[in-house]
Ligand binder design. Structure first.
Ligand SMILES: Cc1ncc(COP(=O)(O)O)c(C=O)c1O
Length: 418
């Protein structure tokens, strides 16, 4: 079926695919349902005898739907603004996108009709050369997210424990809950550094199977030192080190440590520094004693033909990726200085592509986020008790920073004390 026939077919028969745009390959949805909207709550029969909700595992019945950030075209529709009028600084995406080679390989993609390589073999070989670990340590996933899920499903029986250090990336807690594991939380200190004595004590006492450490941490951008990491690695626990943002830190990745430590897993991703968030490619280095079981649990065709080709093409242009990384780091420092001049924000120094800001007492962080959204600037507010007075802002292009700062200044002028 060529594109025109496919378009006619969908236009005529599909109740959900609506207006065909000028570009035959692009369809626009007239309404985009969020997950909650898929379900007509009034028509849900919750507890039919022996069926319905009663069949859902009890730990999942208590979970709520994760509110992920939305892509720009969905936002554009929701906010009634043109895509070009939206400044998207809410999901730590890379504003530059991947090198031009990616568009070329995607435009000339062969073998979309054939299942992808289940081993991501070429990609693992290319990564092994760059990372200094053999490809036998590496598994590629549909984003680092998938690898976090795989770690949980391979390592945790219901009732097993993990240590989590909030505020941090929420996926660890969610995935642990999915498998019925218990999450022991060791909150970070007020400056967001790890509470090392507490992590060590809890690990010795509670015997968790895994400790999850994000380095640099999301949402504050802080690092763990070699000394502290070594202390954790001397404990009888699997340390999962999530290095999603390591490229922006200026520090060396610890991925090659996996060869030395049988209790270290390191995760990285193409989503942030390589600009491929939309194609979903992440990878992890696993101890050889564990990696076999990750392969057992992994879905065979977890990384699409397009995703593997795009990631390989990205690796072929390291100069582009390095330029992009340098621009983002440079812009982060400029943005930090500018945010520091905003009287109601206190930015935290960051080793990532985002900056966490504390909002002055008396002002509501959520309200600020909503006001900025009305102006077309998307930033992140967390509905969490330990982050209620904070906002996280992704580093975009210089123009994005300038618009953000203009909006913040406008908001400041409107505050009652002025
Ligand atoms: C700390 C951290 N780890 C992992 C991920 C997920 O990365 P991916 O896009 O590769 O699934 C994110 C995404 O925001 C993140 O912040």
């Amino acid at each position: 079926m060529d594109a025109i026939v496919a378009a006619r077919f969908l236009h005529t028969f599909s109740p959900t695919i609506r207006t065909r745009t000028r570009d035959l390959n692009v369809f626009r949805m007239s309404s985009v349902p969020t997950p909650a909207e898929h379900v007509d709550e009034d028509n849900v029969i919750r507890n039919s005898p022996g069926g319905g909700e009663s069949l859902v595992r009890s730990n999942i019945r208590n979970m709520s739907i994760f509110k992920a950030t939305q892509p720009i075209e969905v936002l554009s529709r929701r906010l009634g603004k043109k895509v070009s009028d939206i400044v998207k600084l809410d999901a730590n995406e890379n504003p530059y996108g991947p090198p031009p080679e990616v568009a070329v390989v995607l435009g000339t993609l062969q073998f979309a009709n054939i299942y992808p390589d289940p081993d991501s073999g070429y990609l693992r070989a290319a990564l092994a050369e760059i990372l200094g670990v053999g490809s036998e340590y590496l598994v590629v996933g549909s984003g680092a997210d998938e690898l976090i899920r795989l770690i949980m499903s391979v390592m945790l029986d219901p009732g097993d424990k993990i240590v989590d250090c909030p505020p941090t990336f929420p996926r660890y807690e969610i995935e642990a809950a999915l498998v019925g594991a218990t999450v022991i939380k060791v909150p970070r200190m007020v400056d967001f550094s790890l509470n090392m004595p507490q992590v060590i004590e809890v690990t010795k006492k509670e015997r968790p199977k895994c400790v999850f450490i994000t380095c640099p941490n999301n949402p504050d951008g802080s690092m763990i030192s070699d000394e502290d990491l070594s202390k954790l690695l001397n404990l009888p626990v699997m340390v999962v080190l999530d290095e999603a943002y390591i490229a922006f830190s200026g520090f060396k990745s610890r991925i090659s440590w996996v060869k030395r430590y049988d209790n270290l897993i390191v995760l990285q991703t193409f989503s942030k520094s390589c600009g491929l968030a939309g194609l979903r490619v992440g990878y992890g280095a696993f101890p050889l004693s564990i990696v076999r079981y990750i392969w057992c649990a992994k879905l065979p065709y977890n990384v699409s033909v397009a995703a593997q080709a795009a990631a390989l093409a990205t690796l072929q242009n390291p100069i582009y990726v390095e330029d992009m990384r340098r621009s983002i780091v440079q812009e982060r420092e400029r943005m930090f200085g500018l945010l520091n001049e905003i009287p109601f924000l206190k930015p935290f120094p960051s080793y990532t592509n985002f900056i966490l800001c504390e909002v002055s007492p008396g002002l509501e962080a959520k309200k600020l986020q909503e006001e900025l959204e009305k102006m077309g600037v998307m930033i992140r507010h967390f509905n969490l008790s330990d982050l209620r007075g904070y906002l996280r802002i992704t580093v975009g292009k210089p123009r994005d920073t300038n618009i953000l700062l203009d909006c913040l200044r406008i908001l400041h002028k409107g505050f009652p004390q002025n």
